[in-house]
Design a protein around this ligand. Structure first.
Ligand SMILES: C[S@@+](CC[C@H](N)C(=O)[O-])C[C@H]1O[C@@H](n2cnc3c(N)ncnc32)[C@H](O)[C@@H]1O
Length: 479
């Protein structure tokens, strides 16, 4: 049996029978099968592509004369991998069928190999557009259903993207297509620990937008980069870097007593695990004698944060500490922080290109389960920041219920917050819409679909503040 196909099988089977996460099992599967370079890349694309497409179960259901749930799980996964080779990877059909028969023999015994042969020959009778023409509802009758089938996303996700893109179905199609393209591995050079120049010297290329970003070209294994192995840089999407940097640069206003921008000393990351944004924020804080407190509910995730903030056991500059804390019941007094990040737990619909099986695991109902917590966390953040201080509300999701609607609901109940225009704080990044909030997109920006709202605390007395006007960079106020 071909070790690359076996490694891909290990991953797909672990996901389908054990609910494993592909990203977590892939590295050990590659290692166990001794794969590197092109073979590792083939196995990765085979596993990830198969999972993204939901195993081509719609096509397979058409080619098998009993419900797929009645098949042995081993045989079903071999068929899924075979279908992706034929329909998604341009492996010649005869090679895909022959290697799948071998794989079936290896993982499920001699019996099913004839069956696998017969089913995959039926799959190979059409190419992917041919199957889509057969199975997807016609665009003019059901555009959402059509896009869902063609781009392999659940219908509710297509609807959520379309709503966030002002109903543009052409852009929705582009966003869905971008989710099916593997994302390049992006690193952040954590300020004070390494620089983009250090990472470029190790063969990485500069990122597009963030001054701290580089992308890996060959192979994409971040651990071959010394700065990563030594905890001086970390894997982090450019969208995450942009929102953290925007918070660090957002204009503060004076406190209760005064003019100017007041203090800028204490920063808080309210939902810090596993610590990517905390590491970047701490680096930025350290440059201006501020320091970051990182809070996280889950003890094991707080440990990851602590590791990110204390490379080689030494606490970085700009770090106040890490606490295990429920962000909705703060362990600190109100009004003590100058800047607060709420990177809220969310559906993660903005990072589907990085988590191949995630779109099929989430359900529309998950959103309603998350929004009360998101609103509570944002409320705590606003209470934790001093008058004149800034809160960044961030999600890795473009779903309006988790983004715009949470911000609107929280602000509706307060008269002490003004919305800042976030767009100028992402300098050079185009296509940021009408503001004041920012929604990044893979198809527009090549980043994860991060959402950012910047909110500044006021004393609640200014008429312009109480009605949630938007402050522009030069201090003008608008509605
Ligand atoms: C989107 S992740 C944060 C990612 C992180 N900022 C980063 O860049 O690495 C959300 C985190 O919030 C944590 N969380 C969930 N409920 C929380 C709560 N009530 N208080 C604090 N953290 C919470 C989750 O455990 C998860 O680690």
């Amino acid at each position: 049996m071909d070790p690359a196909r076996l490694a891909a099988y290990d991953v797909v089977h672990a996901v389908s029978v054990r609910d494993a996460y592909a990203n977590l099992v892939l590295p050990s599967a590659l290692r166990e099968r001794g794969l590197s370079g092109r073979d590792a890349a083939f196995a990765t694309e085979l596993a990830h592509g198969t999972l993204r497409r939901g195993g081509y179960d719609d096509v397979l259901a058409h080619c098998v004369n009993r419900p797929l749930t009645k098949l042995d799980p081993e045989v079903r996964d071999v068929l899924r991998l075979g279908a992706h080779q034929i329909l998604g990877m341009r492996v010649p059909a005869h090679a895909a069928v022959a290697t799948s028969v071998d794989l079936a023999r290896g993982v499920a015994g001699i019996g099913p190999s004839k069956f696998v042969n017969a089913v995959l020959r039926k799959v190979a009778a059409r190419d992917l557009p041919g199957w889509q023409a057969e199975l997807a509802p016609p665009y003019d009758r059901d555009p959402i259903g059509h896009l869902a089938a063609v781009h392999a996303h659940p219908r509710w996700v297509v609807e959520a993207f379309a709503a966030a893109l002002d109903g543009s179905l052409a852009e929705t199609a582009a966003a869905l297509a971008a989710d099916n393209e593997p994302a390049r591995v992006t690193l952040a050079a954590w300020p004070g620990r390494s620089s983009v120049a250090d990472l470029r010297a190790e063969g990485a290329e500069p990122g597009r937008w963030s001054p701290y970003a580089v992308v890996l070209t060959e192979g994409g294994d971040p651990h071959r980069i010394q700065a990563v192995a030594q905890g001086r840089a970390g894997v982090q999407d450019e969208g995450s870097q942009l929102v953290a940097t925007a918070l660090a640069e957002a204009p503060l206003a004076g406190g209760d007593s005064g003019s100017g921008s007041g203090t800028d000393e204490r920063w808080l990351d309210l939902c810090a695990g596993p610590g990517g944004k905390a590491a970047l924020l701490a680096g930025l804080a350290g440059r201006r004698s501020a320091a970051l407190l990182a809070a996280e509910l889950q003890p094991h995730r707080a440990e990851l944060v602590d590791r990110a903030l204390t490379p080689r056991g030494r606490r970085s500059r700009g770090v106040l500490g890490t606490v295990v804390a429920d962000g909705t019941a703060p362990a600190w007094p109100p009004g003590v922080f100058d800047r607060v990040l709420v990177d809220a737990p969310c559906t993660g619909l903005g990072a589907l290109r990085r988590r191949p099986e995630a779109r099929w695991r989430r359900a529309a109902g998950d959103v309603a389960g998350l929004t009360p917590l998101q609103a509570e966390l944002l409320t705590t953040a606003l209470d934790s920041v001093r008058v004149g201080g800034v809160v960044a509300y961030v999600t890795c999701s473009p779903h309006l219920a988790e983004t715009r609607d949470v911000v609107a609901a929280v602000l509706a109940g307060r008269s002490d917050v003004e919305r800042l225009d976030a767009r100028p704080l992402l300098p050079g990044v185009p296509d940021l819409g009408d503001g004041p909030e920012v929604q990044l997109w893979p198809h527009r920006h090549g980043t994860d679909a991060m959402f950012l709202a910047l909110l500044r605390r006021t004393d609640g007395n200014d008429a312009n503040h109480g009605n949630h006007g938007t402050r522009t960079e030069d201090g003008r106020s608008s509605q």
